[in-house]
Design a protein around this ligand. Structure first.
Ligand SMILES: Cc1cc2nc3c(=O)[nH]c(=O)nc-3n(C[C@H](O)[C@H](O)[C@H](O)COP(=O)(O)OP(=O)(O)OC[C@H]3O[C@@H](n4cnc5c(N)ncnc54)[C@H](O)[C@@H]3O)c2cc1C
Length: 495
């Protein structure tokens, strides 16, 4: 029997597309509204002149065959028949002419790290053992936590890995760095993660990489999002691009659909807000709507809920870069970006992917970390177009100069750059961030609420609802939204 329940989905990023795909599969009539002209949210990247530039070069979690997450990615057709590249290395760092690499081959890293620093051998062994345990971890993705039965909860996850991650969530990266005596190892672990973030976050990412579950689909994130959008439309979903939602319509304390910037209204039984939750709660629902207190407090307490963003620079080359490491972090002459002093750069390369970087052999990206204060700086500067352009050009020139010194053989050419305020204007990202609030060490992770107390029949979705965020988080949360609706409507969710 075909259900007639309509769902309006705000945002055609990975989460909105996932909600749309599983919504259609369950027999709902869904419409996705996105303010941009291409689907995929962050994954869509953007067109800078003739060059299409993309994000998400670090990797996709869920690329390992026969895992629940990989099965979910495949169900959305995000991966299609594309090849998955597994880079040999996670990150390579150099300091005073010495370098160390976090290889996918953990034994190789362990051997090289112990050779570099025999005095750190016990800490290196402990670190590698933790990675081996966490590499076995399967991210719970079958059902939202509140819908798990007692037996399912008992079976879910991997208790040993969870215990280790829990313990590591009480340790800051800074404390972990201090466990090492060798300056190159100290540099390595200072470069992997913001220093006030937790060790758990880094252990998780590197363990996924070591297990072969953090790969790079050829064609990049934009191609992945396009395949998802095609699958959504194949299933009968309606994708409305260039369709900015101006407000969520409500009546008697429940969401009734959306109103677009054009004034058009779309009425629905459920609304899923798969855009940044700041947009939903602070702009789209009626003012003075009751919000979850803890949720609201996190936006107000900026000290204990930091976010990180970055200054993005893209380059290309017509040279063959040969066998380059995937991500390399190295010292540069100090310069400033916004309020942040930069003395190192991390270059990410994508020469493995012939489908990226049209008219060029390879695309290169530098993601230069910026703290939240920088966002305010950029937003203010953006009020003056001339100054803004002069400043971004100056930074791009400076970065290029440093890269050319380090990699003269590459003959790098600039493509484009984006300051944190760009991500906010283009995708509605809160203070230009690419991921949810960072959980500080020792503070228990509090999931963001997926409901708004003052508005029934509205669900929040997207990477913000999941620890750490990322593409896999957006996918899982999109599907969870449909499972939640099925549960509320007392409808079975067919796997
Ligand atoms: C530079 C960069 C590098 C990254 N690298 C990686 C990586 O290597 N690996 C990884 O896992 N993750 C990476 N990420 C993060 C990843 O891109 C995100 O986790 C993921 O794309 C979030 O998906 P989402 O659907 O939750 O949200 P989004 O992609 O933000 O989608 C939200 C959508 O809502 C739309 N929207 C907003 N407001 C409205 C409105 N009023 N009306 C209609 N539509 C609206 C936006 O246009 C957008 O399309 C990176 C992000 C960036 C920016």
């Amino acid at each position: 029997m075909k259900r007639v329940n309509k769902i309006a989905i705000i945002g055609g990023g990975i989460s909105g597309l996932a909600a749309g795909i599983w919504g259609q599969k369950q027999g709902f009539q869904t419409v996705i509204f996105d303010k941009n002209s291409a689907p995929g949210g962050f994954c869509a990247g953007w067109k800078a002149g003739v060059q299409q530039v993309g994000f998400c070069f670090r990797g996709l979690i869920g690329t390992k065959e026969n895992t629940v997450l990989n099965h979910l990615w495949r169900e959305t057709r995000a991966l299609g028949n594309t090849l998955i590249i597994q880079p040999e290395s996670f990150l390579s760092v150099s300091e005073n002419d010495r370098s160390i690499t976090l290889w996918q081959d953990l034994e190789r890293f362990e051997r090289e790290a112990k050779k570099l620093s025999p005095e750190d051998a016990p800490t290196i062994s402990m670190f590698c053992d933790a990675i081996r345990t966490i590499a076995e971890y399967e991210i719970p993705a079958q059902k939202p936590d509140e819908l798990l039965g007692p037996l399912e909860r008992l079976k879910a996850g991997n208790k040993e890995a969870e215990k280790l991650l829990q313990k590591a969530s009480e340790v800051s990266m800074k404390q972990f760095v201090n466990e090492f005596r060798n300056p190159v190892l100290r540099r390595l672990f200072s470069s992997v993660q913001p220093q006030n973030g937790t060790l758990a976050s880094f252990l998780f990412q590197y363990a996924m990489f070591v297990s072969g579950n953090y790969g790079l689909p050829v064609g990049g994130a934009a191609a992945m999002a396009r395949r998802m959008a095609e699958q959504y439309q194949r299933l009968g979903g309606v994708l409305r691009l260039n369709a900015t939602v101006e407000q969520i319509l409500t009546a008697n304390g429940a969401a009734r659909g959306v109103e677009l910037h054009s004034g058009e209204r779309y009425f629905a039984h459920w609304t899923i807000a798969a855009c940044d939750p700041d947009i939903t709660t602070h702009h789209l629902i009626p003012p003075n709507t009751e919000l979850d207190k803890n949720f609201q407090q996190r936006y107000e307490d900026r000290l204990h809920n930091p976010i990180f963003t970055g200054f993005y620079c893209a380059f290309r080359t017509n040279q063959d870069p040969g066998l380059m490491l995937h991500m390399q972090d190295f010292e540069v002459e100090p310069f400033s970006i916004g309020k942040t002093l930069i003395n190192r750069l991390c270059l990410i390369q994508s020469s493995y992917d012939s489908q990226l970087g049209q008219n060029a052999n390879a695309q290169f990206v530098c993601l230069i970390p910026q703290a939240e204060e920088s966002y305010n700086y950029w937003e203010e500067l953006s009020q003056n177009e001339v100054l803004y352009e002069a400043e971004t050009n100056k930074i791009m020139k400076k970065v290029l100069e440093q890269l050319r010194k380090r990699f003269p053989e590459l003959d790098l050419k600039p493509v484009c750059c984006a300051a944190p305020d760009f991500f906010s204007r283009r995708f509605g990202a809160y203070h230009g961030t690419w991921s949810p609030f960072v959980t500080l060490p020792g503070i228990k992770y509090q999931p963001m609420p997926f409901t708004v107390p003052g508005v029934r029949r509205l669900l929040l979705s997207g990477q913000w609802m999941h620890a750490e965020g990322g593409l896999h988080a957006a996918l899982i949360e999109g599907r969870f939204s449909i499972q939640r609706i099925c549960h509320k409507e007392r409808l079975p969710f067919s796997e």
